[in-house]
Write a protein of this length. Sequence first.
Length: 146
Amino acid sequence: MPFTVPVADAVDPLQVYLAVRHDGYWAEGFAVLSGAAPPAAATARAVLHAAIDLAKPGLPHRELARRLAAKIGVERRHPVIGETFGGAIGLALPQPGCLTEASDGCFAPGETYTLRVGLTDGGGSAMVSAMVAITDGGHDVLWGNS
């Protein structure tokens, strides 16, 4: 349900989540919008860039999740993201994420994923994401937080 009451004061930082359905497929994204770079957002973006660099054909999903979990640490995981660092885009928005430490799959050419990073850090929190298409030679970033 969209907000129906105007907000008079500026919100900075603003945490954004967007889900879009087109031609029957769902895609999603998280972003932090801010006039200044909040420390949690900068850290989350750095971890997201590491995730993007890892997303290549043949890499087990659980390996990406393990490396991201190690970078974030259990105590800093954002509760909305939890242990799921993303999933394949698909026909249903509530599909379970496949990028967990218990996943059995591997990245393969022709697949498209949303990679998510969420953390709390020094009293702040941030959730960011990117959408990547896995290619024969690596990946293409279709959408992402810079």
